[in-house]
Write a protein that binds this ligand. Sequence first.
Ligand code: FE2
Ligand code: FE2
Length: 410
Amino acid sequence: MKCKLKVTDVSTGMYVAELDRPWLESPFLFQGFTVESRRELAQLRESCQFVYVDIERSRPDLQSKIQRAAVLDRGRGGSVLSEEAPAEHRFKSIKRELARALDIRQKTSQYLEVLMDDARMGKHVSIQGVRTVVTELLDTILSNPAASLWLIQLRDKDEHTALHSINTAVISMIFARHEGLGRDDIEAVGMGGLLHDIGKVRVARSIIHKDGPLDDDEMAIMRAHPEQGYRLLMQSGGVPDAVLRIVRQHHERLDGSGYPDRLVGERIDPLALMVGLVDVYDAMTGDWPNSPPLSPHKALAKLRKECAEQFGNERIERFIRCMGVYPIGTVVSLSNGARGMVVTQNRSNRLKPVLMMLEDPRGNPYRRRPLVNLAAEDRGGVSWGIQNAVDPHEFGDDRLRSITAAESLI
Ligand SMILES: [Fe+2]
Ligand SMILES: [Fe+2]
């Protein structure tokens, strides 16, 4: 039996089965764990008001204490936890949140275009405006991380810098939340993510859009963008120090291979490393000239293989856990040959996400793309497992782009 308890009544030895918020919004890696340390207890108290404690899985001597502390949960009929909301209900809320997140993202994109034009013309950047935009983005992340991550899949070749900045901000905030950081730090990585490449407004467009490798002089100009951004924001005034550090240090790497200051190890701000890691991930999955996009799944594998010395093994592993085994937007092949795209994760089983089906087992495209909850399919006696992730370009970039047009889901 699961009982709802105020976090102040939770003690070590109790088994927390569920939080009062989605796991992605909490610093805890797994749904369902025994509280073993004071640190975990403190994290729990910082991130939740209520939790659901499983009596049978808690230490036997705590069971009567749990029952005494249980509070009535009207929404769930008594103190006992009811079944999860039906899948259909959750799909509807995904669509609603998606529409809202899409609207906010479009507004943010327009705002960023204006801000960058202003910066290009030497006008000051209003940090208050940036803060307002970040607060709105953070609200959509907290209400539905799945919708926010899904939107990252919607790219357009012409909107590169603005979208890359928004994606970096959104994923960095989701990662920061997952790392258990407080609201101030989460907002700092959000603002840092939005502004990290602002220094590129001082780099000639011919260099930014060059088709082919940059020569040494062009590379030096390009590599000056973190410092240019830092100066530009310093002149604007009022930008928090943490945000300035993120902008200046987002290309610094733990092993000293970064720029502009070749900082090593702890001399790099951890928030800058966090945004730097997300920046690399978003660049890998994005559609840039000279490099085809990787699927989110492959990008995570590449980060693990090639970037451990630059960002630290543990940070990368935590990022992978944060994004999920099959990140939202990944196209997967199922054991029966059908293909679908991950649209949201299942909290209880991360190997069984919710898919939007793209092709039936014979490879025919679905006309109306049904949503399938792989975990629920299991319950019906049908077992559909994911066989592997499919590269976006293997699936056909253009087709994918038309599929990921948000209208197809809303
Ligand atoms: Fe950059
Ligand atoms: Fe970037």
